[in-house]
Design a protein around this ligand. Structure first.
Ligand code: DGJ
Length: 750
């Protein structure tokens, strides 16, 4: 998979899906030469041209060679200060105050497998599944070494990169910036896709042409954030879901990040990704090293669906871990929108009883079970059960729920502390804070200083104590504010700008310790919904609550955007009441169910308050989900119609063996003179015959909670080519928020 051609000085990293080529020039410089469709051999047909460009400087050794300038060369890990004026990959401040460095190639090695990254979440592979190239660069003054890591996996259209920087000198220096990767495309014929959002509006898709100058997608909020996801794609202007080239970049990190593109004067495009350099400064003592997070780079010649499938397959195989890596996720009911803080053991048990009868498998008790927490003003940090609400403790409740044949889950927000808590009164110094300025509040809470080992130890002990005290099968790990006053009492002044990253390292350590101590527990991460939905968190917790917004119509966009990077098995999605608590919308129960069935399905309402007719419908939805769950959670996902560009949303799930295809279609608003819609499917086998095994017609608000079949196609068979090129007619329904579902079964060849 990785080959170094000594004669041509070319590294060719490849598998069946892509090639990536690096050239070693003059024995010193690492130039980026190609990334894209797999090539049998790279012979440099797209040779670089030596052109004398005005105002493009020469390194001292090449003073008389005016066509040689770092300013115009495509590079793998560019420095600032010797003539390349684009975004550098890293920046240092030496002890003498200057910031110029010069990195030359020193050595490389190629080895089987993929190394773990110290203290950081990272993709993994067996020695037979991957190959890694490590290139060592050394500063010409001996002050630092930089190790660039590239891993190619046999089964994935992704390349994984990260960087380690070592102080190999005699004096300390400051690292002001350290990208995980940088690369230069030779042109700028790209559109840039990023995922912006906000609380309850995560991961909306923006797509627009790259522009000259620098564009940044970043977070400085101490979390990957609702506002911007640590993801970026560059796609060819003609790229659509099923065609065209797409290059995706996804950071395996949950803290402050920056992903940048720069189009220069010659229309080349540089991409960098890594920890946000803003407010970052890491002191490296002699012998110390700094490991960047890794970035997963996906290439697709089959459009955005190809890119997403590369990410989905890769994250499922090489990032998720533990018992639930490939296990089907339980259908849950969560009491948050049912009761908020107002519950007791009787109420939770009542919900569990109703839920168990309908086939729900897991009862999750959300916020409010500890300390004296009856609203969001107090008690975070005091992880001791509130006996007024739960007189027999968590154990008593968990056992009762188990007695009903269900699993039991519990909510925590371990990184936080309320001002009104025993923990804060005992340890006011344990919060992130700076001298002289009072800490800011958000949801009345403060952030614990996870850069401190003692604080991390407290969290591990407090959470472990509860988890060992009762039969708890699931944990929802929440985080409900962003970080302000990011200072730590234990660190010296010169290390205060290390706090945001040290916080992440502390959190990762806590998560590693807790999840490995409780390997049977299913962990779901959450940050006010999907505020930390990133690959870093998924390494420890294999699913994420996608959004606090449970409205089915909003969810279509949120889940569609999320699916650019993450597979359905990672997305928590629940049915809630109407009018919806976030946007007040009324939607049919079936529409809410189908939207939620597109991820890890669950309910978030008081099941006991539903009418008998609704309960019957819920029972059917649960049966349906249990039937399609392996296909949704373990199969492959394809987007067909985008809610960002029209009134309709459609997607499909195909089982691993290709025998079952679940098609979902949602129409937002009914329209007068509505066009007749025909949905063209994708990803089927052209010559295979598919039987329409089941069809669920949309339900209107006022009646029929059954999704009664009215479509004459049910029971009929069609070849894949017809379904893909001619399409499937969408039954006309005069109702808003309509949801349709088909199950197609591939027939055996005659
Ligand atoms: C935010 C989460 O996203 C909600 O689901 C709920 O758990 C609340 N926090 C509880 O405070």
């Amino acid at each position: 998979m990785i080959n170094f051609d000594q004669e041509k000085q070319l590294f060719h990293l490849k598998n069946k899906m892509f090639s990536y080529v690096i050239e070693l020039v003059r024995g010193k410089y690492l130039l980026h030469r190609y990334w894209g469709h797999a090539l049998r051999e790279y012979r440099d047909a797209a040779a670089l041209q030596a052109i004398d460009r005005g105002f493009s400087p020469q390194p001292a050794a090449y003073e008389n060679e005016r066509t040689f300038s770092l300013d115009v060369l495509p590079q793998e890990y560019p420095a600032f200060g010797h003539g390349d004026f684009r975004i550098p990959a890293y920046q240092v401040r030496w002890a003498n105050g200057t910031g110029v460095s010069e990195l030359f190639y020193k050595s490389h090695r190629i080895f089987a497998g993929k190394p773990a990254l110290q203290g950081l979440p990272a993709s993994y592979a067996a020695a037979s599944e991957a190959e890694t190239l490590e290139i060592e660069l050394a500063d010409t003054q001996g002050r630092m070494q930089v190790f660039l890591l590239y891993t190619v996996f046999a089964d994935a259209a992704v390349l994984v990169r990260s960087t380690r920087i070592v102080n190999s000198g005699k004096e300390s220096f400051q690292l002001l910036q350290a990208a995980s990767m940088s690369l230069d495309f030779s042109d700028a014929d790209f559109e840039r896709i990023s995922l912006y959002g906000g609380h309850a509006k995560e991961r909306s898709i923006t797509r627009r042409p790259v522009v000259r100058g620098i564009e940044t997608t970043a977070s400085a909020r101490g979390a990957s954030s609702h506002q911007h996801s640590p993801f970026l794609a560059l796609v060819r202007p003609d790229a659509a879901e099923e065609r065209g080239e797409a290059y995706g970049f996804s950071l395996v990190y949950s803290g402050n990040f920056a992903m940048q593109t720069e189009v220069d004067q010659f229309d080349t495009t540089r991409v960098t990704a890594g920890i946000n350099a803003f407010n970052f400064n890491w002191l490296l003592m002699p012998g110390d090293s700094f490991q960047t997070p890794e970035v997963v780079m996906a290439y697709s010649a089959q459009g955005l669906n190809g890119m997403s499938q590369a990410f989905h397959g890769f994250y499922r195989e090489h990032l998720l871990r533990g018992k639930y890596k490939k296990a089907l996720r339980p259908i849950l009911v969560n009491n948050w929108e049912a009761t908020y803080f107002d519950f007791d053991e009787k109420k939770i048990d009542e919900i569990a009883a109703c839920a168990a009868e309908l086939g729900i498998e897991l009862m999750v008790l959300d916020d409010g079970w500890f300390g004296k927490r009856n609203d969001d003003n107090s008690s975070l940090g005091d992880w001791i059960v509130n006996k007024k609400k739960l007189p027999r403790g968590i154990e008593g409740l968990a056992e009762k729920v188990h007695g009903r044949g269900m699993k039991f889950g519990l909510w925590f927000e371990p990184e936080m502390v309320s001002e009104d808590s025993e923990l804060y009164r005992a340890h006011p110094d344990w919060i992130l804070h700076v001298p002289d300025y009072a800490p800011s509040f958000s949801r009345h809470q403060l952030v614990l200083d996870l850069s401190r080992p003692d604080v991390c130890g407290y969290i591990v002990d407090a959470v472990s104590k509860v988890l060992s005290s009762a039969p708890i099968d699931y944990v929802k790990w929440d985080m409900n504010r962003h970080i302000t006053e990011a200072g730590s009492q234990l660190l010296p002044p010169e290390r205060q700008a290390e706090v945001p990253h040290r916080y992440m390292l502390g959190l990762y350590d806590v998560l590693e310790r807790i999840t490995s101590r409780f390997p049977e527990v299913l962990f779901e991460s959450c940050s006010g919904g999907g505020g930390r939905f990133d690959a870093g968190m998924l390494y420890y917790m294999p699913q994420t609550w996608a959004s606090d917004n449970t409205d089915a119509i909003c969810r279509l966009k949120i889940q569609y955007g999320t699916s650019l990077v993450f597979p359905a098995i990672t997305m928590g999605a629940h049915v809630s009441v109407t009018p919806n608590h976030q946007v007040g919308r009324l939607t049919p129960l079936q529409t809410r169910a189908f939207a939620a069935m597109s991820g890890d399905f669950g309910y978030e309402l008081d099941i006991c308050c539903m009418s008998d007719m609704e309960k019957e419908a819920v029972k059917k939805h649960i049966e349906l989900y249990k039937r399609i769950r392996p296909t949704v959670q373990l199969g492959s996902f394809r987007r067909l119609k985008s809610p960002f560009t029209g009134n309709d949303t459609a997607w499909t799930f195909t089982s691993r063996d290709g025998r079952e295809v679940v098609v979902m279609y949602f129409r937002e608003l009914a329209e007068p003179c509505a066009p007749v819609s025909v949905l063209r499917l994708a990803g089927l086998e052209e010559e295979a015959s598919y039987r329409v095994a089941s069809y669920y017609s949309p339900e209107r608000m006022s009646h029929d909670f059954g999704g009664e079949a009215r479509n004459t196609l049910e029971g009929r068979s069609f070849y894949g080519d017809e379904l893909m090129y001619s399409g499937l007619t969408i039954e006309k329904i005069d109702a808003d928020f309509a949801a349709y579902l088909w199950i197609l079964e591939k027939e055996d060849e005659q």
